[in-house]
Design a protein around this ligand. Structure first.
Ligand code: ADP
Length: 451
């Protein structure tokens, strides 16, 4: 049968016009003659018959055209937006990428120079590390904003202990705060009430971006962040005593690539994507984001998310995992197809004395687990040949339901994270990760935590 949806729009319109017209010509006279017997009335009605047809087809074509145009305009807007994003990307990013790249390339060359002293070498390595981090930030921000703006990011809600999240963020930033600044956090709910359902990745990223800005734009005074329960919504805030923002710019700073004042562009690094990402995240979480600030008087950023408490004990999941020994006694299965990444992980565990077994694909990882009861923990890459990480995790779960499995992947996206959790992993670490991050993650599965 002919599928009308598959026909191009113009053919659909014209064939509809011919079919309706044909039916009208064939049947209208017959119907009129059948129902109306009076010749005078029949003549009068026939005079209007043509007009009636024109009116009906006009209404029909109008509604068809309208729905078609709405679809086309939406597609056009999407194309314009993505074109704008591309142009803005090229204009803004190339400079931002070149700056850290330049220092990475430059200092790497200097490292090769035999005349470079050991002290200089350490200094150069530090600068290379800093620039690499800056570069990675830019790549992540661009990836995030592209996903948000093209509608390709989804909300992945899971149970989150908000107070733990605040504590983690506090400990992460505390060492980075300058001496002249006091840093504090506020937790508006007791621990059991702070167990909520939300997308922790997006909340954490939003807080991180706001705190990064507070640190960047504040030289002395205080930085405070946290949340309170207000009208059954969680209202987060990040407050600083920094340079502040003129109210004229309060709306536009949430636009991508927007920085306040040409003088700031030179002094403070940043692409101008942080707040656009925050806004994108909070829109997705069905919340609001705004600020109170004046130039020279500090800033206070707020955002809300719905309060969805979970009345369960989060420790249940952790208790279910098999108890693991100290790191030095561990037998770790590393499922990683990439040679360099494997060597990096092996190097991280070298000093700990842990035993490392390698699998080069998911299938091998499953087989090794099947044949070795003494594997204590699995560190598994998601993107692998033969059998990917998700599939391998699912299979391992069938015979080792409580074996701690940590997924590691280069996909820094929250839906990938959710997919890994759904497959059955206990934790997730995204590449690139630092030695301390991986060791801290593995240490979480030591026996002291699992009583
Ligand atoms: P950037 O990467 O430039 O920090 P953001 O989108 O995070 O990008 O911020 C956009 C602009 O908003 C900043 O360049 C700065 O001008 C202004 N801004 C953001 N947060 C603060 C703050 N806490 N204090 C002062 N100005 C801020």
């Amino acid at each position: 049968m002919l599928n009308m949806q598959k026909l191009k729009f113009e053919y659909r319109i014209i064939s509809g016009y011919i079919i309706i017209g044909g039916i009208w010509i064939v049947f209208s006279d017959k119907l009129l003659n059948y129902f109306i017997r009076e010749p005078d009335l029949l003549t009068r009605i026939q005079t209007f018959k043509g007009w009636f047809y024109v009116l009906i087809t006009a209404i029909l074509f109008y509604s068809l055209l309208k729905s078609h145009l709405v679809k086309l305009r939406k597609a056009e807007q999407k194309a314009i937006n993505s074109d704008r994003l591309k142009t803005a990307f090229l204009q803004n990013i190339s400079h931002e990428i070149r700056t850290p790249m330049n220092s990475i390339v430059g200092f790497s060359d200097l490292l090769k120079d035999k005349k470079t002293s050991d002290i200089e070498r350490t200094e150069y390595l530090e600068l290379i590390g800093k620039s690499s981090e800056q570069l990675l930030n830019i790549v992540n921000e661009v990836l995030d904003i592209s996903l948000i703006e093209t509608g390709n990011t989804s909300v992945a809600k899971k149970r989150v202990n908000l107070n733990n999240l605040i504590n983690e963020i506090y400990s992460l930033y505390e060492p980075l705060i300058k001496d002249d600044i006091s840093f504090s956090s506020v937790k508006g709910l007791s621990d059991p009430l702070s167990l909520i359902l939300t997308d922790a990745y997006k909340v954490r990223q939003t807080l991180n971006n706001l705190i990064n800005n507070a640190i960047k734009f504040t030289d002395y005074g205080q930085i405070k962040f946290g949340y309170n329960l207000v009208n059954n919504e969680l209202e987060f805030f990040v407050e600083d005593t920094g340079i502040g923002i003129n109210p004229d710019f309060h709306l536009e700073i949430f636009d991508r690539f927007h920085k306040v004042g040409p003088e700031n562009i030179k002094i403070y690094e940043g692409v101008g994507l942080g707040l656009a990402i925050c806004k994108g995240n909070i829109d997705l979480l069905k919340g609001r984001i705004w600020l109170e600030s004046e130039a020279g008087k500090g800033s206070k950023f707020f955002f809300t998310i719905p309060y969805e408490p979970v009345w369960e004990d989060e420790t249940i999941k952790i208790k279910k995992t098999e108890s693991v020994k100290n790191i030095d006694e561990l037998r770790i299965l590393v499922a990683e197809d990439d040679e360099i990444n494997y060597l990096y992980i092996k190097e991280i565990f070298r000093e700990t004395g842990a035993g490392i077994i390698r699998a080069v694909n998911g299938k091998e990882a499953v087989e090794i687990c099947l044949n070795n009861n003494n594997i204590d923990i699995v560190l598994i890459d998601i993107k692998m040949p033969v059998m990917n990480g998700y599939e391998a995790i699912k299979r391992i779960r069938e015979f080792r339901p409580n074996l701690p499995i940590i997924a590691q992947t280069a996909f820094a996206l929250s839906n990938e994270m959710l997919k890994a959790f759904n497959a059955g992993c206990n934790d997730y670490i995204s590449k690139p990760f630092k030695k301390e991050q991986l060791l801290a993650m593995v240490s979480k599965y030591k026996p002291s935590d699992k009583q």
